[in-house]
Design a protein around this ligand. Structure first.
Ligand SMILES: Cc1cc2nc3c(=O)[nH]c(=O)nc-3n(C[C@H](O)[C@H](O)[C@H](O)COP(=O)(O)OP(=O)(O)OC[C@H]3O[C@@H](n4cnc5c(N)ncnc54)[C@H](O)[C@@H]3O)c2cc1C
Length: 396
């Protein structure tokens, strides 16, 4: 019992509210000064924002959730979620550059050996090495246990063959948490899965950059592994068969991150609609004075607020060291649907201008659907929520 309490206390992270406010102010100023004026240009050119990435390094974002002993900011998930919300309310794409990176770091920090943590986390915290998480394959996304990439033991290491797709930071990143099968015949299938630290080196070819509806600028790519050799100490935790568990436990934090992105889009779309509806006039009055528009604004504001509260609720549970897949799943489901609905409604409030590439709302409308797919589709979220719900509420 006490052991459990101690383990949870060790995981608990706290920040002084004044420090959190100072940090959020710095982020908001950066977003306003550096990000907002450039977003349309970057998005339309689908250009990787190297300049902003350098600034993100200085802000410490690549080490946001990494422990202080490795040079990170050791932020609680709730503070981190607030940062993601603030940035996503203006430009969601760039949060993917450090979100996926931090999931790689999370896997190493939570499950890695001391040697792995010492070798990789300081470089990841500085953004010197940037990366992501490589789970999805051309024939296996939701059904991750169906992956075909294999790692075969060979002497002191492993030889990996297979292909991953849709990998965020696949081109600009240089290291990935790579999910493979070390025992393809294992039953149940997850017992044969392992997670490796996979830096870019001989044997790893980056395939084409995938063209997308939205979520521009961040690179999504195929990674092909052909006779790719790594030493045995690149196996996270140096124990085979833990990969599915390690990857899934990262998804809890991943879902909070995606929920925070959804909140950002939902709030951003609301802010755009609020401003536009007070300036645009029809029939002699601002459109916000028409009841039809007021109904939309009321629903949008309520959705955005509910999404924020659900997300912070999940993040706070995570920070207390509690298992929170139910809360994280609910937050991810609700906030991503709120993002999609608010972006659509805001676009409609903008009339024809909502359809124009000169306005921001069409970009939010293209970015929002990703939040319904990433870190587990919303169909799967509903299934996870229902299973957990029934488990917690057995019939008497
Ligand atoms: C822009 C972008 C970035 C991404 N970044 C990454 C990344 O960095 N790393 C990574 O590993 N992956 C990444 N992904 C992949 C993403 O995680 C997968 O696309 C997602 O998990 C869904 O898998 P899938 O596309 O293969 O869909 P499928 O699994 O083929 O699902 C297709 C449809 O069937 C539904 N479905 C599937 N199974 C069930 C079921 N049992 N019950 C009910 N419905 C079901 C799904 O909800 C979906 O609607 C990214 C994807 C995108 C679009």
């Amino acid at each position: 019992m006490l052991e459990g309490v101690n383990a949870r206390a060790a995981k608990r992270r706290e920040i002084d509210p004044a420090d959190e406010r100072e940090l959020l102010d710095a982020i908001e100023r950066w977003v306003e000064r550096e990000v907002a004026p450039r977003v349309l240009e970057y998005d339309h050119a689908d250009r990787y924002p190297h300049e902003l990435v350098e600034q993100m390094k200085e802000l410490g974002l690549f080490g946001a959730t990494i422990g202080a002993e490795y040079g990170g900011l050791a932020l609680p998930a709730a503070t981190y979620a607030r940062i993601v919300m603030a940035i996503s309310s203006v430009w969601m794409s760039i949060t993917g550059i450090f979100n996926s990176h931090l999931m790689l770091a999370h896997a190493i920090e939570r499950f890695g050996t001391d040697r792995q943590k010492g070798e990789w986390l300081p470089k990841l915290a500085k953004g010197e090495v940037r990366g992501g998480i490589a789970l999805t394959e051309p024939d296996a996304g939701t059904d991750l246990q169906g992956i075909r990439t294999t790692a075969r033991r060979a002497g002191d290491g492993y030889v990996i063959n297979g292909a991953k797709t849709w990998i965020s930071n696949g081109i600009e990143g240089s290291c990935f948490a790579l999910l493979v099968k070390t025992d393809p015949q294992a039953e149940p299938r997850h017992k044969g899965m392992s997670l490796f630290i996979a830096p870019k080196q001989e044997g790893l070819k980056v395939g084409r950059k995938l063209e997308k509806l939205g979520y521009k600028c961040i690179d999504s790519a195929e990674l092909v592994f052909e006779s790719y050799s790594v030493p045995a100490h690149y196996l996270i935790g140096e124990q085979e068969g833990q990969g599915f568990y390690q990857a899934s436990s990262g998804l809890e934090l991943g879902r909070i991150n995606v929920a925070a992105r959804g909140v950002g889009i939902a709030e951003g779309a609301l802010a755009l609609a609020t401003k536009y509806s007070q300036g645009r006039k029809t029939f002699g009055k601002p459109i916000c004075d028409h009841q039809a528009i007021q109904l939309k604004l009321a629903d949008m504001a309520t959705r955005a607020r509910a999404a924020r509260l659900l997300t912070l609720d999940a993040a706070n549970a995570f920070d207390r060291g509690e298992r929170c897949d139910l809360e994280a799943g609910m937050a991810k489901l609700f906030a991503s649907e709120a993002a999609l609905e608010n972006a659509t409604e805001s676009m409609r409030i903008h009339g024809a201008y909502g359809y124009s590439k000169e306005y921001h709302i069409e970009r939010l409308y293209r970015d929002a659907p990703l939040t319904c797919i990433g870190e587990g589709t919303n169909e799967m979220q509903r299934i996870i929520i229902a299973r957990q719900w029934i488990k917690h509420h057995p019939a008497p």
